[in-house]
Design a protein around this ligand. Sequence first.
Ligand code: AMP
Length: 432
Amino acid sequence: MSSFQTLNLDSQILTNVATVGYKNPTPIQSKVIPSVLLGKDLLATAQTGTGKTASYLLPLATQLLKHNKLPKKQTASVLILTPTRELAAQVLEHIDMLTQDTALKATAIFGGVSINVQKEKIQSGIHFLVATPGRLLDLVQQRAILLDETSVLVLDEADRMLDMGFIHDIHRILKLLPQKRQTLLFSATFSADIRTLAQSFMQSPLCIELNSNKATHLVRQTWYRMPEVLKREAVRDLIVDNQWQQVLIFTRTKTTSDRLAKQLKEDGFKVLAIHGDKTQAQRIKALEAFKNHELPILVATDVAARGLDIEQLPQIINFELPQQAEDYVHRIGRTGRAGFSGEAFSLVSEGELQYLQDIEKFLKKKITLSDFPGFNYNQEVSKCEEDNTKKPNRAKKDFKNHKKFSQRTQSRFSTSKMNFSRKKNQFRSQEY
Ligand code: AMP
């Protein structure tokens, strides 16, 4: 195993690495750092959670310090493009940590916050500019930023940028950059689209492929068969029965995200939802509260959750499975990070079994199927769901007498108020 000391990094950067608490380079860092220092173009598959951000920041900071060049007014030496505001903010956090006590300047620009403040920040020139494509182009159009001095372009989570339809913005940005530059592209997978994109603007890049579609082995993955109408109850039980202190819950859509957060709030939980329709301020506030353990439950859609870096997040729940198998890998990558173990629980309805199959095919392994505690799986759950998903109100009533559910599940529904107040008290006494 290599050590940071052998990787030719700047001495202040090495001090910062130690201060931040990184002991040894992760596998991707061992491979990426030397190539970036050589000035090579790079195509790397790496998911969040593998240490990919530092893998490009450490050598780029080293190079900038070595050349010790002041960036010209309104220019940026290194441009890092990210698909989401959250990822941009997180990359900036990493830069601030890893370049502390150096003269390197960094800022992030993204939509949803004042453009004038961002203009001021880049006015005097910047070493690291982290940006989402749309806001960057706005600032270029307003002549607040010039990209002709940028010598390094990093595309972080390039696959997600393509998924989100940023391809035209990326091509517009590429045209504004100098031909002679170093380009680093990070993606969770090497899909055909990513290869085509890379071929269009990179010359003989080095390819580093690391566990592209293997979910981190540190995450224990379980799925439960769960009719749609019972999922809310199941979430409640998982949290209360296991006395979880922090859980991230994924939904497929913004509507489900809002609905679930509202329901859990009604159930007495402290919870917020983040998704594309929330303002930047709301998203940042929710994320900060969750990271600081002031908010125990965060419900999120894939876009909002992409790139979230929450230290030692112990578990996540897939309230709904994602349509894209890659998103499942990203979701479970929120836990089991940086050497810590984690758990991912998926609640899978009959209608989602195809998604599950696709995910298992993508992972090239089976996810453990478990019985949800107290649920009678010998009965025909799927039939029940078929009958009831479209009519949740009627379904609830039906459950009271439904022979297909175990005694415990039935009583949970028929005496839900009573049971629930017990759980609420239990929850409160833990002071979430
Ligand atoms: P990333 O894949 O860049 O999102 O990083 C995931 C997490 O790993 C972040 O919390 C990093 O601070 C952390 N990390 C990055 N490199 C190391 C390392 N060498 N040792 C321990 N943690 C690290």
